[in-house]
Design a protein around this ligand. Structure first.
Ligand code: SAM
Length: 391
């Protein structure tokens, strides 16, 4: 049947289109796994905040108590300043799309029945995941990149045992401030060794690890080596102390100086910018909402703003070749830890200008994806082998 086909497509692609709407449900682990030949992302380490269904209904009562508390606090609504009013307007615009998408999710019974199982590692063929390692064992690239020795740290890439490396691929490379690529001909993942830890480098991917001050090193010499899709998730400054512990933030005006035009391909680029609200829209494994949608300082969803960087010389039918992007699309996903964003490349593919396969770039990345270049001060963060199992 149709439903069965949709579900089996979902298991392959990680994407489930909710009937008759601009909404999709995404399982980021399944999408990311398309990047690997010999490894798999471990669902239980990705979804460390997965909400288990709670038959006792305890969760419900806890939430409603919170809600009561919040209601009490909210009795006297504070006057909104200009910015808050604009945010409120945006929220009111987004709300019907979110409500509709959520309603459709609740109607997708076949998908809901499988939601609770997405966290299980059971379907991994073998499981030599290094999850017993505690988090403190991981390297802090942000710290290592900021010490005076940073230019001296080296990383070595070693290919899969079935693949014979070329002289070039065997070399050790400075870990910070250089573009390191896995474009081995066998289309296989590679492993990288850095200060006695192992990192998994997806097939056809590259990374450039540096501070924003050195981002110019990423600018391609030739414009035809620029990028057709640029996704940016900046470390927006906000007042949440919780957020400050997870990664360093930057004053928002710094993001105006990102060299987007210089990074864009000469055929133009689609830009996608994450505009962060503080909390994600939390949905439990049975599809029900956790918390309210309307809390002013905890808008439980995030916006992805899209725009184009047009080429300097446009041919006359440039715009007619671009597919127009529908507004108000909703992506429902399972949040990973540390405000990790779902991989949106596949959903944007049809709107990317230029020839295919598109050259894709993520700025402020913490993970790598096949076909992408990841830049930031910790693009290897979630490539640590503890997040993977070998197939
Ligand atoms: N999109 C990522 C994800 O889903 O995992 C999250 C990106 S997070 C919002 C922002 C990232 O920017 C963090 O990894 C942080 O360390 C990095 N960052 C902060 N200050 C930076 C700087 N000065 N230069 C480069 N990266 C920086």
């Amino acid at each position: 049947t149709d439903d069965y086909q949709k579900l089996s497509m979902f298991f392959k692609s990680g994407i489930y289109r909710l009937q008759g709407s601009n909404a999709v449900f995404m399982d980021p682990v399944r999408v990311l796994n398309l990047s690997y030949s010999h490894f798999r992302v471990s669902p239980s380490s990705y979804y460390s905040r997965f909400f288990e269904p709670n038959p006792s209904g305890e969760e419900h009562s806890r939430v409603s108590k919170n809600q009561r508390k919040r209601k009490r606090k909210q009795k006297k609504p504070p006057a909104l300043n200009e910015r808050e009013q604009a945010a409120e307007e945006r929220h009111q615009k987004a709300k019907p799309f979110l409500m509709k998408a959520h309603e459709l999710l609740l109607g997708a019974n076949d998908l809901l029945l499988n939601l609770g199982k997405l966290r299980s590692d059971d379907d991994s063929p073998t499981s030599d995941c290094e999850q017993s390692m505690v988090e403190s064992d991981e390297h802090s690239f942000v710290e290592l990149g900021s010490v005076w020795q940073a230019p001296l740290f080296e990383i070595s890439l070693y290919p899969h045992k079935d693949y014979k490396p070329t002289q070039d691929e065997k070399r050790n490379t400075p870990a910070f401030g250089s573009l390191i690529a896995n474009n081995n001909m066998a289309n296989c993942d590679m492993e990288a060794g850095f200060l006695n830890r192992q990192y998994i480098i997806p097939k056809q991917s590259s990374f450039y690890m540096s501070d924003l001050k050195q981002i110019h090193g990423l600018i391609p010499v030739k414009r035809d080596c620029g990028y057709n899709l640029i996704v940016v998730d900046p470390p927006w400054e906000n007042s949440s102390a919780y957020q400050k512990l997870k990664y360093p933030t930057l004053p928002n005006r710094y993001f105006l100086s990102l060299p987007i035009k210089k990074l864009a391909h000469e055929d133009g680029a689609l830009l996608a910018l994450w505009v962060t609200n503080k909390e994600k829209l939390r949905v439990k494994a049975d599809g029900s909402l956790i918390g309210e949608l309307d809390l002013f300082h905890h808008r439980p969803y995030e916006c992805l703003v899209l725009g184009y960087c047009y080429p300097e010389v446009e041919d006359s039918d440039y715009f007619s070749k671009l597919k127009s992007i529908p507004d108000g699309q909703v992506l429902i996903s399972i949040p990973g830890d540390y405000s990790r964003k779902p991989p949106v490349g596949e959903m944007l593919r049809e709107y990317i200008p230029g020839s295919h396969p598109a050259r894709c770039l993520e700025l402020f990345a913490r993970e790598m994806v096949s076909g992408w270049t990841s830049w930031g001060n910790e693009p290897l963060r979630f490539q640590d082998s503890r997040y993977f199992s070998r197939t």
